[in-house]
Design a protein around this ligand. Structure first.
Ligand code: URA
Length: 240
């Protein structure tokens, strides 16, 4: 088999993103034929013996898997949690390939989460330069938003880590208990971004749900359930 860069081989094996693989290589966690690997090293996945933390990594010509999960609240978007919290992987147990979540939703956020073993695909969906829209419905404290608050959300909110990219917002429902349901569409994926944006304009989030990634909708997938993406959906997401 043709030699490919080690970080790509690891990503292709569905173990991690290329970026994560580079971190592992830098941290000395990866060996090739028993020798600590270096960034940029090329390997033949069929003949070279690659190991992560001493455990052999099987890199066979792989079948890519793409699934969507209706992530429930109360679980983390990692393959394993150091704090022993429930992870999203517990909801997709009957997939017999190593897959990982594409980006993250907070512990208390529910909604559309993609999982795959395709590192390139995961990178494409999450990288801010690709500006793939992520749509959220946020139930927030406070009645009707002012024009200024909506404009700030649309034009960019100044957060600790810089101003957010322009967002789309639409007030869905103003409830008579002094709370509001608002739709917000962002193209970045900073940590707790939607919560921080809404908090910054005086509307703390009570509940948050992601309903769409690009054109892909959660639809009527039941809470906590998953399904495979169909070939058209996969193609369209890759073209996005
Ligand atoms: N923004 C948030 O604040 N939380 C999420 O889980 C996703 C986006």
């Amino acid at each position: 088999m043709e030699k490919i860069r080690l970080q790509k081989a690891i990503a292709d094996a569905g173990l991690a993103s290329r970026r994560k693989a580079e971190e592992w290589i830098t941290e000395g966690k990866i060996t090739v034929n028993g020798i600590p690997a270096v960034i940029g090293q090329k390997v033949d996945p069929e003949t070279d013996k690659i190991a992560l933390n001493g455990e052999p990594v099987v890199i066979s010509p792989k079948k890519n898997i793409y699934i969507m999960l209706y992530k429930p609240e109360g679980c983390v978007c990692t393959v394993q949690d150091d704090l022993g919290r429930q992870t999203v992987m517990e909801y997709v147990q009957d997939i017999h390939t190593r897959i990982f979540p594409v980006g993250r939703l907070d512990y208390n956020t529910e909604g559309l989460l993609l999982l795959t073993n395709d590192g390139d695909f995961a990178n494409r969906i999450t990288h801010p330069k690709n500006k793939i829209e992520k749509t959220y419905m946020a139930h927030v404290r406070g009645g009707a938003f002012t024009k200024e608050e909506l404009n700030t959300l649309k034009q960019g909110v100044m957060l600790e880590d810089g101003r957010t990219q322009p967002a789309k917002v639409r007030v869905d429902t103003v409830y008579n208990n002094g709370t509001t349901l608002i739709e917000i569409v962002i193209t970045e994926g900073r940590n707790r971004q939607v919560r921080r944006m809404l908090e910054a304009v005086g509307h703390p989030v009570l509940a948050l749900k992601r309903t769409k990634i690009g054109f892909l909708q959660l639809g009527n997938l039941p809470y906590g359930k998953w399904r495979h993406l169909n070939p058209q959906e996969i193609k369209k997401l890759k073209e996005n």
